[in-house]
Design a protein around this ligand. Structure first.
Ligand code: FES
Length: 334
């Protein structure tokens, strides 16, 4: 039997129902706790636990520093109170950016489970390649989800996202499995701190699965502005059928001398023709870091948390400073 507890956020008391996170309870009661991804991936909802205890739904160690954890910081979107709690939070009025309405004008399957959608917006949205936005379908108002832009910013009011099907997922199955062209979709953002920092020294980028989308946006932007420092991309996928933007990336490699592209497949015993004929790299992307580091002094990682964590450890071992490793961990969302 679980009982309702009270969360006191700054000076406002909120009832938290069993199973609710602090963020959910706060928003339900109209307290504007800053938030963006709501899946523990961006750190926007960090706040300080002054009193009481919470259960954390995900490992928060990678978003919060040791000092912050020691000081009691938690992620409100990932914390369920186990007792009455007192929270100190900075209530920012508008960290969520503006909401811009639009509609889906095109959809293309990139793989068997990833769909690319093009959204025509009513206004231009300002963002950096690598950042994400919250998407809401007019017909599914309760299922707002965060996705990275897979196209770089342009003067057109058109943006692109790649959505991977999560079995049972309300938003993703709708986008991937149904005909959504013409549907109204609003975009709120941008969010996140994942974007290519300027510099002159070599860069390594590592993407896993649907984590390629923001990195692909970054690469297009870097190429468009004539980036001359060496950029290497390691892209890890399970099988041939999970690779996408392959032709585009190979074409980019031909026209952009500074860019090297290394796709890596992890599943070696597939019976699929394409996999049997695969002559490229086999294994885990992290096994190819040493060989393709080429003197990189900064890194951009995006994909499932275990891949990102492993890559980060390897890069730190190879002498890349932790603060020059930029990571966006993709958590399963539905
Ligand atoms: Fe909680 Fe992003 S809103 S981590």
């Amino acid at each position: 039997h679980q009982a309702t507890v009270t969360a006191t956020i700054n000076d406002q008391a909120v009832e938290v129902n069993p199973g609710e996170t602090i963020l959910e309870a706060a928003l339900r009661d109209g307290i504007e706790l800053p938030n963006l991804c709501r899946v523990g991936g961006c750190g926007t909802c960090k706040c300080r636990l002054l009193q009481g205890e919470v259960t954390e739904m995900t490992e928060t160690g990678y978003l919060l520093t040791e000092e912050q954890i020691a000081a009691g910081y938690i992620l409100a979107c990932q914390s369920r109170p186990r007792s009455d709690v007192r929270i100190a939070a900075e209530l920012a009025a508008d960290v969520q950016g503006t909401r811009i309405d639009g509609h889906i004008v095109q959809k293309q399957m990139l793989t068997h489970d990833i769909a690319q959608i093009d959204v025509q917006l009513e206004d231009k949205i300002d963002y950096r390649a690598g950042q994400f936005a919250q998407l809401t379908l007019a017909t599914l108002p309760q299922a707002t989800r965060s996705y990275s832009f897979s196209s770089p910013p342009s003067d057109e009011k058109r943006v692109r996202f790649a959505v991977r099907r999560v079995p049972g997922g309300t938003f993703s199955t709708r986008i991937v499995d149904e005909d959504v062209v013409g549907e109204k979709l609003s975009v709120r953002g941008p969010g996140g701190d994942f974007w290519l920092r300027p510099g002159t020294e070599p860069v390594i980028m590592i993407a896993g699965g649907s984590g390629l989308a923001p990195i692909y946006a970054m690469l297009q932007e870097a190429w468009q502005r004539g980036e001359s420092r060496p950029v290497t991309l390691l892209f890890g996928a399970r099988q041939c059928r999970d690779l996408y933007y392959l032709e585009e990336l190979r074409a980019l490699e031909k026209t952009w001398p500074a860019f090297t592209f290394v796709p890596v497949l992890s599943n070696t015993d597939s019976e699929d023709e394409c996999d049997k004929d695969w002559s490229g790299a086999h294994g885990l992307v992290t096994d190819f870091i040493d060989e393709h580091l080429h003197g990189a002094t900064s890194a951009y990682l995006c994909g499932p948390p275990p891949m990102v964590d492993a890559a980060e450890r390897r890069l730190i071992d190879k002498g890349i400073a932790a603060e020059r490793i930029h990571a966006d961990r993709f958590l399963t969302q539905n």
